[in-house]
Design a protein around this ligand. Structure first.
Ligand code: SAM
Length: 192
């Protein structure tokens, strides 16, 4: 978490300047479109890897929003947005009961995990049957490979590869969008 603690103070500023600002705008537009189809009224929502809480203002109508991240310093920035309850948590082992959320969101987290299968099972576990998961993952593109130079070892996927992984869980894609570096997907959890 040292890297994210280090980035916490500059994260929002960095994401607002060109070209990152342009990329963020594209991503937020796509996420907003996906969220428009998600039943959010009175929903209990969990945002995993919330960081500085950048997408929390896009989640409208939830009865309760819990924003979880492993970096305390990122959460300290999120606190300024005054949305939801903030919780320090590891996405690989979420301290929440199974099937306890109607909607789970996770934006910009998948690419930073080595064990994406475990992450997907954990997201599916905390989502109630019939519930929604909105998430992003990074595409296999030259630009993303260059991001590795910034100190990350990114897990990158084609849509086909990611669908194969998802199909090992009980999450199924309903809708997807693509932006410059990410795919944004809306999944529903099966009832079985
Ligand atoms: C690129 S930021 C995305 C933040 C935010 N979701 C957004 O859209 O701006 C990735 C976030 O994932 C968090 N993260 C990385 N590994 C994590 C883990 N194992 N458990 C929980 N959060 C983690 C980092 O602390 C960081 O805040």
């Amino acid at each position: 978490m040292k890297l994210w603690d280090f980035k916490a103070n500059i994260y929002d500023r960095m994401r607002s300047v060109f070209p990152f600002g342009f990329v963020r705008q594209q991503e937020h537009r796509n996420i907003t479109q996906l969220l428009a189809d998600v039943p959010l009224v009175n929903a209990r929502v969990l945002d995993v890897g919330t960081g500085t809480g950048d997408i929390l203002p896009l989640i409208k109508g939830g009865s309760e929003i819990i924003a979880a991240d492993a970096s305390f310093k990122m959460l300290r920035q999120a606190r300024k947005k005054q949305i939801g309850k903030l919780v320090v948590a590891d996405c690989m082992n979420l301290a929440f009961r199974s099937r306890s959320f109607d909607v789970v969101t996770t934006i910009g987290l998948v690419e930073y995990q080595n064990d994406v299968t475990t992450l997907l099972f954990e997201l599916a576990r905390v989502t109630r049957p019939g519930g929604a998961v909105v998430m992003t993952f990074s595409q296999k593109r030259m630009f993303n490979r260059l991001r590795n130079l910034l100190g990350h070892r990114l897990s990158l996927f084609s849509m086909d590869e990611f669908l194969k992984l998802l199909n090992t869980t009980n999450l199924r894609v309903k809708k997807s969008h693509r932006s410059f570096i990410q795919y944004q997907i809306y999944c529903r959890k099966l009832y079985v």
